[in-house]
Design a protein around this ligand. Structure first.
Ligand SMILES: Nc1ncnc2c1ncn2[C@@H]1O[C@H](COP(=O)(O)OP(=O)(O)OP(=O)(O)O)[C@@H](O)[C@H]1O
Ligand SMILES: [Mg+2]
Length: 248
């Protein structure tokens, strides 16, 4: 018997302004535990802003964001609570350049989760092995390829044992030959049941793993659909135009 779905994220009536610019307009989205969501849309449509609101890297002005049962308000305690459960991977890996790969991975688990160094290193090596670069642990980020650095960034996030992973165009800064190794890591993660929201224009990935694909334009969610429908028979003209542009 499948277990009843539990809600990982619920966003209702979300609005966000940068000064006078209305960047997110009445966003509503609910993500179940274990669900995989791909977000796409033109540059400037608000994709990054939306996922950055989910771990409060950006502050919203109205509406509600509830992550794993905790509502994000200005309260630092709640923000910390949410960030402990939400891992984030950015386009530009954001590794600490002066720390080794291993140090990058043990930092947050030791500081935030209060793990011993031995335990944190054990977990770090486990995830570095999972992303297939345990042999790079003693090197510095600058000594690794872009694809390897991005896999470190994924391993580093996983070391915190997050319930939810957010990806913001994790492959768009990579040379083409490194895209696959990073996507493979993400596919594995998806297959293991991680709740994921991925901003990406890798439509092969979307078809393979997404439960739902979201199209954003000008600060709005224009369309949400299962990949078959989304690619085969998009409901909105703006989605069609966008897909035409990126697929041809
Ligand atoms: N810190 C900021 N201050 C002011 N405006 C911002 C800021 N960050 C983003 N914006 C504006 O908000 C809008 C949405 O930006 P966002 O980065 O969310 O878009 P995006 O969909 O992620 O685009 P891209 O595909 O280029 O990454 C854009 O018009 C952008 O210029
Ligand atoms: Mg962006």
């Amino acid at each position: 018997m499948p277990r009843p779905a539990t809600e990982a994220i619920r966003i209702t009536g979300l609005n966000k302004w940068y000064g006078t610019y209305h960047a997110l307009k009445n966003i509503n989205l609910s993500v179940n535990s274990g669900e995989r969501i791909v977000v796409c849309g033109p540059s400037g449509s608000g994709k990054s802003t939306m996922i950055r609101c989910i771990n409060r890297l950006e502050e919203h002005q109205s509406g509600q964001i509830i992550v794993d049962g905790v509502e994000l308000t200005g309260e630092m305690k709640k923000i910390d609570e949410v960030r402990r459960e939400v891992g984030m991977v950015f386009q530009h890996f954001n590794l600490f350049p002066h720390l080794t790969i291993l140090e990058n991975c043990v930092l947050a688990p030791m500081r935030v989760r209060k793990l011993s160094r031995a335990k944190a290193e054990e977990i770090a090596m486990h995830f570095l092995t999972r992303v297939r670069i345990p042999d790079q642990a003693r090197k510095y980020p600058g000594q690794l390829s872009g694809g390897q650095q991005q896999r470190v960034a994924i391993a580093r996030a996983l070391c915190m044992k997050p319930k939810i992973m957010l990806f913001d165009e994790p492959t768009s800064a990579l040379d083409p030959e490194m895209v696959k190794e990073v996507l493979d890591t993400m596919v594995t993660l998806a297959e293991e049941g991680m709740t994921m929201i991925c901003v990406t224009h890798e439509m092969g990935f979307a078809r393979q793993v997404a439960d739902r694909v979201i199209f954003m334009d000008r600060g709005e969610i224009v369309e949400v659909n299962a990949p078959d429908r989304f690619f085969g028979n998009p409901a909105h003209e703006r989605t069609k135009l966008f897909l035409d542009q990126i697929l041809h």
